[in-house]
Design a protein around this ligand. Structure first.
Ligand SMILES: NC(=O)C1=CN([C@@H]2O[C@H](COP(=O)(O)OP(=O)(O)OC[C@H]3O[C@@H](n4cnc5c(N)ncnc54)[C@H](OP(=O)(O)O)[C@@H]3O)[C@@H](O)[C@H]2O)C=CC1
Ligand SMILES: [Cu+2]
Length: 472
């Protein structure tokens, strides 16, 4: 039985300027914040609450009624209530039949329940149209208007029309809806706020691990080795010298790691002769966090710049310069300018400056506010072509800086190579494979594959299979 005859009418898209009434169950923090924002956006708001007493915290223009009464006034009902209280909705099933129920709830733990809160709600009230939305926005941000970081609202639901109505509200509040598909996506959306920087986790762990490794590598070779074999105490290297070796090395390796998965992907596609086929899971994940890897690399490069610029202020540098001058004075001999050295030092500085400039450009263009304003060809040009150029310049910077003594025995202590030699392995491998193997000989077949050509009949079947599966 439909208690509300205007129900079906209210579900039709609203074309007039007047906004339709929205009902919110629950007058807690989130319910109040959302109601406040909705009234500002011009929606009449009616609250459904256990107590109809109006407290002064509730937005002034809102009405507060019992749950059943409030629900009858609107086609959309937002549930600002924790999941564990959902059972009180079962007696209201008839009133809620055909209505759009917006589930905004979050959990305290990842995968706390077997089914997502939204699916649980849909099972409780099979006659209603459940839409998941708003759970990634905080009540505090809604109320204070500081939404710059989280304008995106993930929306999912099985009823397309209901989802559209909710997305219209999201837009009216000045937020950006992102359609995540059917209610099956609710679990993922509910897990999202519980994950701290999900895309950053792998890049963070990787860079922490590598940084620690290179740091102790340098401590062993530059401090402990010199202490044991040359009886010199260089422990103060820990403060600036070693960080200024680790930072450029990390920047270079992480930048190379941004482009390495693309090379694996190309090799896999070439080998399979098709682009239809899933990449292995690890590669998929790696491809998805390339931007984060690049931004961490940029941070290391910036630190390297700062650490290099403070060099003239260091007592060690001043002492070394003074020592050189005094030895010339004592020997009464002026050393002529070494032109090779002058060329080398100027070139490695120039390469470093150019490389860093491109690095910064890459970082800036990856910001959403910029990347949203360039088309994908421009974006690809910057991220791929300029990115490779930055990688070439930074690799050359390291080679010119250290190249002259890479072959000398002093670059190897305890048979271990100098950290710069280590740092060149991945970038050089990436550049060689890209420009010697992939680029000249197989770029064309690769492009053809990426445009959807099939070279490998073995995969034709699988292609059909995948297409059929995605159509289901
Ligand atoms: N706070 C936030 O920033 C965010 C919260 N959320 C989600 O919003 C939901 C509400 O959160 P929040 O507003 O912070 O919580 P509150 O505890 O502040 O409010 C919950 C409200 O639910 C109602 N309620 C409590 N118990 C019952 C019950 N047994 N039966 C019926 N109604 C009940 C009450 O409303 P009344 O007294 O009017 O009946 C109460 O005010 C949660 O699921 C949360 O995960 C999602 C995103 C952000
Ligand atoms: Cu450098």
């Amino acid at each position: 039985m439909n208690k509300n005859p205007s129900n079906t009418m209210a579900l039709a898209p609203n074309t007039s300027n007047k906004r339709e009434t929205v009902c919110i169950f629950g007058t807690g923090d989130f319910g109040r914040a959302l109601g406040h924002k909705m009234i500002q956006a011009g929606y009449p708001v009616v609250y459904g609450s256990r107590s109809t007493q109006i407290s002064n915290l509730i937005p002034k223009d809102a009405e507060v009624l019992g749950h059943a009464e409030a629900a009858q006034k609107a086609a959309i009902i937002i549930l600002a209530i924790q999941r564990q209280h959902y059972n009180f909705l079962t007696p209201l099933a008839e009133v809620l039949r055909g209505k759009v129920l917006v589930d905004i709830s979050n959990n305290l733990k990842l995968n706390q329940y077997a089914e997502s809160n939204a699916e649980h709600l849909a099972q409780l009230l099979p006659g209603s149209k459940v839409v998941k939305a708003f759970n990634t926005v905080s009540a505090w941000a809604l109320q204070s208007g500081t939404l710059d970081a989280s304008r995106q609202v993930f929306v999912c639901g099985d009823d397309v029309e209901a989802k559209q109505m909710v997305m219209n509200i999201v837009r009216a509040l000045g937020l950006t809806p992102l359609d995540k598909g059917s209610l099956l996506a609710a679990q993922e959306i509910e897990n999202y706020p519980l994950q701290l920087f999900p895309m950053w986790r792998f890049p963070m762990y990787l860079s922490l691990g590598l940084t620690a490794f290179f740091f102790f590598y340098c401590v062993a070779l530059d401090i402990i080795y010199t202490y044991i074999y040359e009886k010199k105490n260089f422990s103060f290297f820990i403060a600036i010298t070693i960080p200024n070796r680790v930072c450029p090395v990390m920047a270079l390796i992480l930048l190379a790691l941004v482009y390495l998965p693309g090379i694996f992907a190309a090799i896999i596609q070439l080998y399979r002769g098709t682009k239809y086929g899933r990449f292995p899971d690890w590669l998929d994940k790696w491809m998805l966090c390339r931007k984060q890897l690049g931004l961490i690399a940029l941070a290391f490069a910036s630190l390297h710049v700062v650490l290099t610029l403070v060099s003239p202020r260091r007592a060690f540098t001043k002492w070394k310069t003074g020592k050189g001058i005094i030895s010339q004075v004592l020997n009464n001999k002026t050393e002529p300018l070494d032109h090779t050295n002058a060329w080398l030092s100027d070139s490695y500085l120039a390469l470093g400056i150019l490389g860093f400039f491109l690095f910064v450009l890459l970082g800036i263009t990856s910001l959403p506010s910029i990347s949203n304003n360039v088309n994908w060809r421009e974006f690809r040009f910057v991220q791929s072509k300029l990115g490779y150029l930055a990688l070439i310049l930074c690799t050359a910077h390291t080679l010119v800086y250290g190249g002259k003594w890479f072959l000398s025995p002093s670059a190897y202590k305890w048979y271990l190579p100098n950290i710069y030699i280590l740092s060149l392995i991945v970038p050089c491998a990436v550049l060689v494979v890209k420009f010697v193997l992939i680029f000249p000989c197989i770029d064309k077949p690769l492009t053809q594959i990426r445009q959807g050509w099939e070279r490998n009949p073995k995969y034709a079947k699988q292609t059909n299979y995948i297409i059929n599966k995605s159509a289901v």
